[in-house]
Design a protein around this ligand. Structure first.
Ligand SMILES: CC(C)(COP(=O)(O)OP(=O)(O)OC[C@H]1O[C@@H](n2cnc3c(N)ncnc32)[C@H](O)[C@@H]1OP(=O)(O)O)[C@@H](O)C(=O)NCCC(=O)NCCS
Length: 171
């Protein structure tokens, strides 16, 4: 059974493995050097300080994937907008885990007064584009050749889901 729950600090070693695999082998994450546990500790603390969720999908005691959102841009006027991410370990792909994570993440966004959720996706990542389309995200832009990895240029596709929120709602 898949359980979607808030991440705990002791999930970070498993999250780190999934995160570093995406850095080393994919263009889903545009970092090029693996990070260490201290980096994930700082990320965990920052999300907590911002009141932003980190969710994990746990299957039989194993962290199979995680999802989170954080600020889209730093200036205060952007506070109702976040950028989301979702990662699932290879051996758990195509079992609906990302779907379950994103469904709960978007529920948290609704509860948290978030108005716009932005996904920045490498243009050839058709799986992630299809995943986000399932939830109503639409492509709102494409930035050509703004990234580089594995000796080629990368285009960034921006997808957005807009949630109904009163702009005067306190956040
Ligand atoms: C993208 C990712 C999170 C999908 O995780 P997943 O748990 O396998 O996804 P799900 O099983 O919930 O499938 C969700 C949808 O994605 C699409 N999808 C999943 N695998 C696919 C594949 N191999 N080819 C095409 N579409 C695919 C489908 O639309 C699917 O919905 P459906 O099953 O109703 O048809 C996963 O492939 C991953 O972690 N990739 C590396 C990291 C990454 O790209 N993250 C997103 C960064 S923006």
């Amino acid at each position: 059974m898949t359980v979607i729950r808030d991440a705990r600090r002791d999930d970070l070693p498993e999250i780190l493995v999934i995160h570093n695999r995406a850095i080393v082998d994919t263009t889903a994450n545009w970092d090029e050097n693996e990070v260490d546990l201290a980096d994930r500790d700082r990320w965990f603390d920052q999300r907590a300080a911002d009141g932003h969720p980190i969710l994990v999908a746990e299957i039989d005691g194993v962290v199979a994937g995680f999802a989170s959102y954080g600020p889209w841009r730093a200036r205060s006027g952007y506070r109702h907008t976040v950028e989301n991410s979702v990662y699932v370990a290879d051996s758990y792909h195509r079992r609906g885990i990302a779907t379950a994570l994103l469904a709960e993440l978007l529920e948290r966004a609704r509860q948290g007064g978030i108005h716009a959720v932005v996904a920045g996706i490498e243009a050839s990542n058709l799986t992630s584009i299809a995943l986000h389309e399932k939830f109503g995200f639409r492509v709102v832009g494409r930035l050509p050749e703004v990234g580089t990895k594995f000796d080629r240029w990368l285009d960034l596709v921006l997808m957005q889901l807009t949630l109904p929120v009163d702009p005067s709602a306190s956040l």
